[in-house]
Each structure stands twice: as structure tokens, then as C-alpha cells.
Design a protein around this ligand. Sequence first.
Ligand SMILES: Cc1cc2nc3c(=O)[nH]c(=O)nc-3n(C[C@H](O)[C@H](O)[C@H](O)COP(=O)(O)OP(=O)(O)OC[C@H]3O[C@@H](n4cnc5c(N)ncnc54)[C@H](O)[C@@H]3O)c2cc1C
Length: 370
Amino acid sequence: MSRTDRPSGPAGPVPYEWREDVPVENTLRLPARAGRELVMLDTAPSVFSDPEVGQWLADPAVQVIGGGSNLVFVAPVVGRAVRVAASRSWMTAKAVSAVKVVVEAGKGLDELVRETAVEGWYGLEALAEIPGTVGAAPVQNVGAYGTEIGERVVWVEAYDRLEGRLRRLSAEECAFGYRSSRFKRETGRWLITRVALSLSRERPDGWPPATYPGVADALADWAARNGREPESITPLEYAEIITRIRRRKLPDWRRGWPGSVGSFFQNPVVSVQRAAELRRRWPAMPQFELCGGDGVKLSAGWLIEQAGWKGQREGNVGVSPEHALVLLHHGGASGEEFWSLARRVRDAVAATFGVTLQAEPRIIGVDATE
Ligand SMILES: Cc1cc2nc3c(=O)[nH]c(=O)nc-3n(C[C@H](O)[C@H](O)[C@H](O)COP(=O)(O)OP(=O)(O)OC[C@H]3O[C@@H](n4cnc5c(N)ncnc54)[C@H](O)[C@@H]3O)c2cc1C
């Protein structure tokens, strides 16, 4: 993390480059190639006034690709693509209690979490071990263990492909919600280039966060083993606890098999009345009231398990035995084979409970509502 108030030095000898017929890496490990890809090696505003860049970004068929951890390639070829590879980060303001960091979109989110935790800054530690880039994180407002990236965002700088200009959006303008944001709703409009985050240099109220049972147990265990009070845990130590919990539950996204995109379906939200009907029929169904009382969140994992799909394997694809929300690619499947499994899981839940699950990742090559 550079301690200057702007990127230290130029990003590289050229601000962008073109690549032809390149494989698109994705954690599901489905076959995918891009016919032509624009790779942004710098995010300086001047790069976006280059007519060649402007023309490419104006084309709505050009797909924005990040680290590929939330993409499902039902069709194996993306014609045209753009990716921000620039990955510098720097600190722009430092007060006694807070620090502001600016990060280019191509930096790995997990790398940023670890770098800031090493500095002793509080705020991102619960997001440890989430794959993907910083640029994609605001898109679905990535979150885990009670923290969402949107809570830390000061602004997001993004190229508005509709208006053909770079814009800086405040956290409010990003309209973050549960696994959603303006960027996710306005598909194809934005290319996020930089994100500014505010982190705390002082232990925040309620530290350490322990509302999730697995985390509370791990913290108690950590405190007992180290002979320390849970409050004394550092952001880095907390990030390591989260990392261990996640590695036990989720497939390794860095390498090997099976491939996955993490949770495949969003937890559905139903009306209070519908939730009551469902509860009468299935008294054990977990339900979580949303703030403001405008709906009830159901557990997609529970619905899938009850519909009989947890741990099922069909050919090269299946549903994780540990985590019913995670669909797996064991190797050798086509995008269509994987998508057919996802549809059958979704249809089984709809037939059992009358609740339609929505896919969380971006589905490429087919209408996700089909
Ligand atoms: C094992 C595993 C665990 C996971 N756990 C979690 C979790 O706990 N919480 C969570 O929220 N998510 C989780 N995910 C999902 C995933 O990590 C996030 O969605 C992540 O933000 C995707 O980042 P990416 O760079 O890989 O984006 P990609 O998969 O490449 O793209 C995802 C979406 O973001 C868009 N996008 C990418 N970069 C940009 C950009 N610069 N500007 C504009 N749009 C862009 C793409 O067009 C696409 O719509 C998990 C995934 C895996 C594989």
C-alpha cells in the first residue's frame, strides 16, 4: 500500500493493450474464451478520452470481466470483453482514527483485505478469503459474516458507458443493498475503475464481530488457546480465523477441483404474509425478518436441502455435500450441463415450496430466467 496521496509512478509503459482469442479464467472452471479483450493497465482519467477505448466501451455487447469468480459461462465464447488489470492502491488521508485508501479495480479483494489487516486497520477483515477483484466487489456489494463492502465505500469511480464519461459516485449513489447495487441492476452500464474505502485505525464499537455462531465459537477457542481477551484480537488475526472457517466449508477457488462460484442462489425474500403461510406448512423453515419489516428472507440452502438436492452428483456436476447453496463442477462439463443442473435445482425448490430462486452470479450466454 503506497503512502502517497496519489498512485506512485505510472502504471506501466502503456495504458492498455488488446488481446486476441484468450481464455477467460473462471473459478467454476468452465471452458470460456474471449475473441478480443481490452485490458486496462491504467485507470487515469486521460485513458478514457482515447477514442479507441471510448468506442470499445460504448458497445453494449462488450462484457466486463473481473476475476471470473461470479461468472457462469453457459456459452463458451464471449465475443468482446474488457478487464481492468491495474491494481495499485494508495492512502489518501490519515486521521487519528481513520484512513482512506483508494484502490484500482484490478486488485484482488483478498489481497487488499490482508494488506489493510497487516497495517492494523479495521473494516475489511470479515471479507478475507472472498475471491475476485476490488472492482467487482461493489457490483454485488460482496459481504460475509455481517460485513458488506458498501459499508466501507466512500466513493466508486466508474466509466459510464451510456454517457461516455468517467464519474465518481458516492456510496449513497451506488444504492447498495443485500448482494445488490446500482451497478448490478444497471447491467452493462458501468466499468468500475477505482474504489475509495474508509477504514478505522481504532478498535470499533462491538469489536470483534461475533454474531455468527461459527465465528463466536472460533473466537472463544482462539482466546482460550492464546490466553487473551477476544477484544484484543487484531484485524489480521481475525482475518485468519475467517480464512480457516471458509477453507473448511468452501471449495478452494485458487486452484484445483471442484470448480464453483460460491453461493449459486440468492436467499429469496418473500412477503411477511407468504412467510407465515410457509411457516405453517414447514414449521422448521428458517426465516429472517428484514430491517424495516418489508419482507422475510428465507435460506436458499435449507430449501435446496429439503428439496433433496444437497450432496447430489449427476455426471460432472453436483451440489456440495457440505453446503447446499454451492453447485460444483467436478471437471469435464460443458456450460450447458452445469446450467441444466442449476435449473433442475431451482425447479425442484419451486415445485416443493412455490418459491423461485434467483441465480447470484452473472449467467453468460443464456437468459437466466429461462
Ligand atoms: C469459493 C467462492 C466463495 C465466494 N464467497 C462469497 C462471499 O462470501 N460473499 C460474496 O458476496 N461473494 C462471494 N463469492 C462471489 C464472488 O467472489 C464475488 O461476486 C466477487 O465480487 C466477484 O469478483 P470477480 O472479480 O471474480 O468478478 P467476475 O466474476 O469477473 O464478475 C462478476 C460481475 O461483476 C462485473 N464486474 C467485474 N469487474 C467489474 C468492474 N471493474 N466494473 C464493473 N463491473 C464489473 C461482471 O461484469 C459481472 O457482472 C464467492 C465466490 C467463490 C468462487
